[in-house]
Write a protein that binds this ligand. Structure first.
Ligand code: MG
Ligand code: NI
Length: 491
């Protein structure tokens, strides 16, 4: 006998999903599942299209992270052409990715998650949003909104369009940097740094106070971590080496090149498991199997995998993060702190790029024909490592596509996190739980905490389901025989 709680829709994440919390006959939580229920078969849809259009096509997979798909597609295209892209093009792509990290992390932290931190887990859900935040802390809310706008404006200035900037192409980018864009970006950096540092100070105070319990045990478990790492083991988001570590920090296997990662290397590295209750796959490190080989990606993985950021302010914060959580931080709640540290790192990295004379070179694209029939492109999306893998015919038409998205790679960890939170907070004994109508109401604060377990990972359900736009989420409490005991919807 089991009973289940469903949280459907889960709110303040990107896309539609459902959470089910399963109770056993004693009323204890046996497991919790994060379900992704829609799938458009995007990969099949790409077959027959020219690979050179993949950057523009895949940017449309997701209105939330188009830049990430654009860059992974362009990098896969570079490999099919078998060219080295011009130095200015690499720097410009990096600049756009940094801007995407800033705008996406700002959305996640300020708009989606900070209402929980500032207003409380149990606060009125009608107020627990960005509008409630504006009322409670107008300076923080406005700063967060402007920070996100800054990231979006950089993307727009480089790509010409805010949404679907089909600007990165196989071989490079379409246009070089204009001097007035460089000056404008530079003029906005100090405000963005000040906003981020203010948010960091505030959030660290909360971690030492009201959020100490969550920081300690919210989705805390050992796992592997996968991310790109740069030269001298520096923080990386675009190129470098692909590194997998365990929760002691020991490397698992050898680093692999992100440029020119062969399909065989990818195939030996990762496999994808499926479960009957969700369309979202569960990638894992193939040699260790689906459980021991499960790994996390994203901001916390990138900070765990590197030795240093390579920029002064962000390095100070990284040191503090490690004093707080250890050399390898295993609490999923620290994805939030990692996100703020990465915003700071991205701002400092942008500052350094703007000082690089190579950024302004007008040679930004290499031209070639199809020189390889199969290739993999890797980039770090804000949410984690993104793989595009294409096979083409001799004319460059797509024969097969596989995308391994960040949200899928965190799927196992998201399920473990909500199970851990549900077990901690639901202690309905058999007497208390009883049959159907004698069950206690699902407390708002409990539902919100379980949802917040998912929000740590900032999943992109548009990428996961390949369906556009924002969709609601749904929670169900399910009984021992599969009966729905309680459910809630939010949108
Ligand atoms: Mg796939
Ligand atoms: Ni996405």
């Amino acid at each position: 006998m089991t009973r289940t709680i469903l949280i459907d829709p889960v709110t303040r994440i990107e896309g539609h999903a459902k959470i089910s919390i399963h109770l056993d006959a004693s009323g204890a939580v046996s497991t919790a599942h994060f379900h992704v229920g829609e799938f458009r078969g995007f990969e099949a849809f790409c077959v027959g299209r020219p690979f050179s259009e993949m950057a523009a096509i895949t940017a449309r997979i997701c209105g939330i992270c188009p830049v990430s798909h654009l860059l992974a597609a362009a990098k896969t295209g570079d490999q099919l052409l078998a060219v080295s892209i011009p130095p200015a093009a690499e720097r410009l792509r990096r600049l756009m990715n940094l801007a995407q990290i800033i705008q996406s992390h700002a959305l996640s932290f300020f708009h989606l998650s900070s209402p929980d931190f500032l207003l409380g887990w149990d606060s009125d859900p009608a107020q627990r949003n960005v509008f409630g935040l504006i009322a409670a802390d107008p300076e923080l809310a406005r700063g967060g909104i402007r920070l996100r706008q800054f990231g979006q404006a950089v993307i727009e200035r480089l790509g010409g369009r805010k949404i679907h900037p089909a600007w990165a192409v196989p071989g490079g980018v379409r246009s070089s940097m204009q001097p007035d864009d460089r000056d404008w970006i530079r003029s906005r950096l100090s405000e963005a740094v000040a906003t981020t540092q203010g948010a960091l100070e505030l959030f660290k105070r909360l971690l030492d106070g009201p959020l100490a319990a969550e920081a300690g045990d919210f989705g805390d478990f050992p796992s592997l971590f996968l991310a790109l790492v740069g030269p001298d083991d520096r923080w990386e988001h675009y190129g470098g080496q692909l590194r997998l570590i365990d929760s002691t920090g020991a490397p698992v296997g050898r680093d692999l090149p992100s440029d020119g990662l062969s399909p065989e290397q990818l195939d030996n590295l990762l496999a994808e498991a499926v479960e009957p209750w969700t369309y979202l796959k569960f990638p894992y490190h193939k040699p260790l199997g689906p459980e021991a080989g499960s790994y996390r990606v994203g901001p916390l993985a990138r900070l765990n995998v590197c030795e240093r950021i390579g920029h002064e302010r962000a390095d100070r914060e990284l040191l503090e993060l490690r004093q707080r959580g250890g050399r390898v931080v295993t609490s999923s709640f620290h994805y939030h702190l990692a996100r703020l540290i990465e915003i700071l790192a991205a701002l400092e990295a942008i500052e350094a790029l703007l000082d690089d004379p190579a950024l302004s070179d007008t040679h930004v694209r290499a031209h070639a024909g199809v020189n390889a029939r199969e290739a993999v492109g890797v980039s770090e999306a804000p949410r984690g490592t993104l793989f595009h893998h294409y096979r083409v015919d001799s004319g460059g038409l797509i024969e097969a596509v596989n995308l391994i998205i960040a949200t899928g790679q965190n799927n196992r960890a998201m399920n473990r996190t909500i199970t851990q939170i549900a077990r901690q907070h639901i202690q309905a004994g058999p007497a208390e739980a009883g049959p159907g109508d004698q069950l206690p109401e699902i407390a708002e604060g409990l539902l919100n905490r379980v949802e917040a377990g998912i929000r740590c990972f900032d999943p992109c359900l548009s990428c996961s389901t390949h369906a556009a736009g924002q969709m609601p989420l749904h929670v169900q409490l399910i009984g021992p025989e599969g009966e729905v005991l309680r459910e809630r919807w939010r949108d």
